[in-house]
Design a protein around this ligand. Structure first.
Ligand code: ATP
Length: 440
């Protein structure tokens, strides 16, 4: 009996057919997602009632990326964006009802065979990510992100990486490249926001000799340089409108024109793009093309803000302390307790990049046995937090005292007590509740 993971709608007819095909069914949902038999290579998700799709999306993100997912749907569901997005993002194949045992057996058999082959030969993608020296993470949110990276990397689907500045978008892009079949090819980055508007066309598409004043020889563009590899378009939201058209053509047809060139050229390139701005807003404002957005956004990966993954902060800080102590030939020092406290309570508007900068400065400046909050220049923030905290406590205490006195003077008469404090009856009751007070 071959184990088969099952998710989504539970259907007796389907179960009977699958048991007849000698599959041993293991239903998974959010409550038993950790009880997956180790030797499972295939997961069948019945989405014929798609009302469970959100839950299933979360579930699937946590599956071993080497498990092949086959989605069972009704044909008209191919018109539902939510379903097709799910299929594009996660499925190895889809099967449309009605359930015909022979056709289903073929589909599952094919998925199973290929998945097993991959499990035998493909490296453990997730552990590859984890072992990677560049990355440090412990948080669930990053674990999920790397599952997604491991799953998406071997495909050639364009990926849009979204996240605030300094959250690791470029690092994700390099991982996607390194875990893909293109890893031995070039990884070329273009920062669309950092190039002069006049130069970007030639930077991206290259130019021919004499194409413009100063073009004394022909020059390859980044697309040509990325041939056989990956092109990472950072800050894609800043790409000028006319270049959006050219890039779209390249994405659609694989062809582009170099500046001054007379013949279209082609290149075999996987496109990854990143943005820290909201592209949907840019589309609404007419600054970004919707068709280009759809082309780039085969799959979206979101890099979380550092403050959303506090479990990673101390691990990352320790890693950067080691890195910079080694680099500057200094002793590796531990973080003091106050430093850990400050690190965990700071909001990190500049994300990991800011953490790196603070730690690097601290490593150089520290003249004590430990790295302190002061070395990290977080001491004022800590102090402010304490002042803010004590101010809040003072306010709360004063509020409670005022309520108690009002109750006493009004002899337990709520309306009167509220009027003494110039607040409504409802507010008075709410505050009594907040301070756990009772009428006498
Ligand atoms: N999980 C992580 N582990 C180790 N280093 C990280 C991690 N995330 C980010 N970094 C480091 O933080 C710095 C910023 O990352 P990166 O340049 O990838 O961010 P970004 O989101 O592309 O920023 P920007 O939008 O400003 O270009 C880099 O030095 C990167 O190596």
């Amino acid at each position: 009996m071959e184990p088969l993971l099952m998710a989504g709608f539970r259907c007796n007819e389907l179960n009977e057919v699958l048991c007849g095909l000698h599959f041993q069914l293991h239903y998974i949902d959010k409550y038993n997602k950790n009880k997956i038999p180790i030797n499972c290579a295939l997961c069948l998700i019945d989405l014929r009632t798609e009302n469970t799709i959100n839950e299933i999306t979360n579930l699937v993100r946590e599956l071993d990326p080497r498990i092949h997912i086959i989605v069972l749907i009704n044909k008209p569901q191919l018109d539902i964006a939510e379903i097709t997005t799910f299929i594009a993002q996660f499925a190895w194949d889809f099967y449309t009802s009605p359930i015909d045992p022979e056709r289903l057996a073929k589909c599952l058999g094919h998925g199973l065979g290929l998945s097993k082959l991959k499990q035998q030969h493909a490296p453990q993608l997730e552990s590859q990510c984890k072992d990677n020296e560049q990355f440090a993470y412990q948080s669930d949110v990053m674990r999920q992100l790397f599952r997604q990276v491991g799953r998406v990397a071997p495909t050639d689907i364009p990926v849009l990486i979204r996240g605030e500045s300094g959250t690791g978008k470029e690092l994700v892009a390099t991982q996607l490249h390194q875990l893909s079949a293109r890893k031995d090819g070039p990884f070329v980055t273009v920062n669309c926001g950092a190039m002069a508007a006049g130069l970007i066309q030639s930077e991206l598409f290259g130019h021919e000799k004499g194409a413009f004043t100063g073009a004394t020889s022909s020059r390859k563009g980044k697309i040509a340089l990325a041939n056989g590899g990956t092109l990472f378009l950072d800050e894609i939201g800043d790409l000028p409108a006319e270049l959006q058209v050219n890039l779209l053509r390249f994405l659609q047809e694989g062809l582009y024109d170099s500046v001054g060139g007379s013949m279209p050229q082609s290149a075999d390139v996987r496109i990854l793009a990143a943005t820290h701005v909201n592209l949907e807003n840019a589309i609404d404002q007419g600054k970004f093309r919707l068709d280009l957005y759809y082309r780039l956004n085969g799959i979206t990966i979101e890099t979380p803000r550092l403050k959303e993954r506090r479990d990673d902060i101390i691990g990352l800080a320790n890693r950067f302390i080691r890195v910079y102590s080694d680099e500057y030939g200094l002793a590796t020092k531990p973080l003091s307790q106050s430093a850990c406290h400050a690190l965990l309570n700071y909001p990190w508007p500049g994300n990991v990049r800011e953490l790196i900068n603070r730690v690097r400065r601290a490593v150089v400046l520290s003249d004590t046995q430990q790295i302190t909050a002061q070395n990290l220049e977080l001491i004022n923030i800590e102090k402010k937090r304490h002042i803010a905290l004590s101010l809040k406590t003072l306010k709360d205490n004063a509020e409670k005292q005022a309520l108690q006195q009002a109750i006493l003077i009004a002899d337990g008469h709520v309306e009167l007590a509220a009027s003494y404090l110039d607040i409504s009856r409802a507010t008075f009751y709410r505050l009594m509740d907040k301070h756990d007070l009772e009428l006498i």
